[in-house]
Design a protein around this ligand. Sequence first.
Ligand SMILES: [Zn+2]
Ligand SMILES: [Zn+2]
Length: 292
Amino acid sequence: MWSSSFDLHCHTTHSDGSLSVEELADAMQQQSVRVWSLTDHDTIAGWDEAKVAAAERGIVFVPGVELTCDVELPWDEGILASNARHRPPSSWHLLAYFPYNPIAEGLKKFEEWLAPLHEDRVPRMLEMIDKVNAFGMAINAEDVMSRAKGSVGRPHLALAMMDAGYVNSMNEAFEKWLGDGRPCNVERPKPSLAEATALVHAAGGITSLAHPRYYGVEYEALIQHLKASNVDAIEAFHRSHSDEDRHRLWMLAEQYGLGVTVGSDFHSFNGGHRPGHMPVIVKSLPRLISSA
Ligand SMILES: [Zn+2]
Ligand SMILES: [Zn+2]
């Protein structure tokens, strides 16, 4: 059976989305989403609010988070270009989903592990701003921080540089200064898929690789790697995927015994985006989701 009532990937002002949890819950309800997971980047700060907002609207809530992990396989320039990706990936994103009431002990460990990954964003940004200043570009840290409603990130710094006239575009800011390997970037070690997945499993949860099209890796090799890392599913039905991507990933997932997940990756209404409206085959969803 196919269903369009699941949306398992979206962001609020707790990370880089533009809607509050309440506003996003309204949007989910308006778009007839019945099973909803909130997956802000590296934070679970929105869960309590979302549980209440979902219950008030008769929506089933699945606690989720999108974890920033290391790049684990080399990318192919040709595959990236054919997917209109102009920069090599700086990280892989792993979606984690939990039972409504996770295993308490496991969740405690997970939260302790997650906190520094999240809190490190500010010190890292301050180091990057120092580097930008050292190159003669006067950028004020408060200005950058004030642009972020939730977690601060490189796009906020890029916008500040653009507004100050040091670069002409976001792209130029990344290509010249802030991208991976560029002079003002500050790298931090990121967790592996296997490490993150083990912690999620201990809390009774499961993981799914987000937007697999973005990494420039051939799908079968990618799925074999997920299997080896104990990842449970792959986001075959991501908003950016063509029908062909969805079908091939779904078939490969079946072949290798992985689940599939579905997500709009909704951040804001800009550009005509909206949550929901993505058909997915229910029996291929991980049990944690299909039985929610
Ligand atoms: Zn992502
Ligand atoms: Zn996302």
